[in-house]
Write a protein that binds this ligand. Structure first.
Ligand code: NAP
Length: 259
């Protein structure tokens, strides 16, 4: 067996269908690209059409199979519509990546119910509803991969964690509940845990060179995260090689969390 066919057996996503929420920006975009380049047909879901179309155009120009669905995941109807439309493109997904997320940062004492509700809807409820939509089908077909993008704030308070940290903590619990429900049917459910990653989500913090340097110094690798740092971990969790890994939180943070 050549090394290429061995690696293919472990990691190739040929023939798989993936849905990646938040696939038009930052970490989600890098993961969508990685899954597509590893062979999956990928549907990305977010609100803004221009960013969605630009991402898909780039992937298709690269020889990948990709499509987009515009939907607002902050409402239950929006999630249901997104799920239905996404499954129409290449069929029911084998891989679901929940990367769409928002971080509104009012301190706890100033947190309004609107911020709480929106944060929970996008960061927690949409991943739950999409899991309910696609998980049972994956279990029936005997293969599935659910990957949530959480945050170090699922584990510790950091820069006004407010409602955001709560939503991410619950998302890690959701992964464990889903893993418990479906792992025996071949469906693994895990989370990737970023540290500080330079994406549009962090535009304000990323534009302060002193803060950026201080955060980089808190890692072991010596730099802040880049969206591309998630490519390998996502392909691994989406493929056959990770079949015995489930219910886990895998930190992709340059050692931030253990320093
Ligand atoms: N960057 C970091 O340092 C960091 C750290 C820890 C965790 N994370 C997590 O990693 C994930 C990705 O973050 P990122 O840094 O890549 O952020 P990003 O670049 O801001 O991307 C967020 C994505 O989510 C989509 N989105 C937001 N609200 C949505 C809604 N209501 N409906 C549908 N799509 C929506 C956005 O597209 P539209 O705006 O067009 O809808 C965009 O595609 C998030 O879950 C975030 O919490 C990031």
């Amino acid at each position: 067996m050549t090394s290429h066919s061995y690696l293919s057996e472990l990691f190739s996503l040929d023939g798989r269908v993936a849905v990646v929420t938040g696939g038009s920006s930052g970490i989600g975009r890098a993961i969508a690209e990685a899954l597509a380049r590893a062979g999956a047909s990928v549907v990305i879901v977010a609100r803004r059409e221009a960013e969605l179309a630009a991402t898909v155009d780039e992937l298709v120009a690269d020889g990948c199979r990709a499509a987009w669905v515009s939907a607002d995941l902050s409402t239950r109807d929006g999630v249901r519509a997104a799920a239905a439309q996404a499954a129409e493109v290449f069929g029911e997904p084998d891989i679901l990546v929940n990367s769409a997320g928002i971080n509104l940062r009012p301190p706890m004492g100033e947190l309004g119910e609107d911020v709480w509700d929106t944060t929970m809807a996008v960061n927690l409820e949409a991943p739950y509803l999409l899991g309910e939509q696609f998980g049972p089908g994956m279990a029936e077909r005997g293969f599935g991969r659910i990957i949530h993008i959480t945050s170090q704030q699922a584990h510790r308070a950091f820069v006004q964690s407010g409602a955001y940290g709560v939503s991410k903590g619950a998302l890690e619990s959701l992964a464990r509940s889903q893993a418990e429900a479906w792992s025996s049917y071949g469906v693994t459910c895990n989370t990737l845990v970023p540290g500080f990653v330079m994406t549009p989500l962090n535009a304000r913090l990323s534009s302060d060179p002193e803060k950026v340097a201080a955060l980089a110094a808190r890692t072991m690798v010596g730099r802040n995260g880049l969206a591309e740092d998630f490519a390998g971990a996502a392909v691994f969790l989406a493929g056959r090689a990770s079949g015995y890994i489930t219910g886990q939180s895998i930190f992709v943070d340059g050692g931030f969390s253990v320093h």
